[in-house]
Design a protein around this ligand. Structure first.
Ligand SMILES: [Zn+2]
Ligand SMILES: [Zn+2]
Length: 140
């Protein structure tokens, strides 16, 4: 099992989005600010590579199908749109510490997301970072 160490894609922030307090399937989650109309809250993505579970924070119960604005919980900037999902909604992205990106859909209930690496160096860093997290006990 590997976790995706997501970080803010903006150079002046680059803070980790990993939330150790909120776990999904026993592992730290990826915390993202979410906004829909006048409602503001957070959503949590599973950080596990290959797992597509998403949970809404207690204060952010949004109907399935709604397209939500997603932003960094540290700097508040909206994640950039990179693509459109097969469901028609914009897909945004965050960086992965060490290189690579994670893309995810802005439609509530659509669990499509993907991880992309440009080259083998980024993949090596991904594995190395995961070893480090395991040693530190971040990954259970
Ligand atoms: Zn940020
Ligand atoms: Zn979608």
């Amino acid at each position: 099992m590997y976790i995706v160490p997501a970080q803010c894609p903006y150079d002046d922030c680059k803070k980790s989005l990993i939330d150790k307090k909120k776990t999904i399937k026993g592992q730290p989650s990826i915390k993202i600010n979410a906004e829909y109309g006048s409602k503001k809250g957070v959503i949590y993505l599973s950080s596990i590579y290959d797992d597509y579970e998403i949970e809404c924070g207690d204060d952010f119960k949004i109907e399935e199908g709604a397209i939500i604005d997603l932003s960094c919980p540290h700097c508040g900037k909206r994640f950039p749109v990179i693509d459109y999902c097969s469901c028609g909604a914009p897909q945004v992205y965050a960086h992965i510490i060490g290189g690579g990106i994670i893309k995810f859909c802005t439609r509530r209930g659509c669990t499509k997301h993907s991880v992309e690496f440009k080259n083998s160096k980024e993949i090596q860093k991904f594995y190395k970072y995961n070893e480090e997290l395991r040693r530190k006990g971040v990954i259970k």
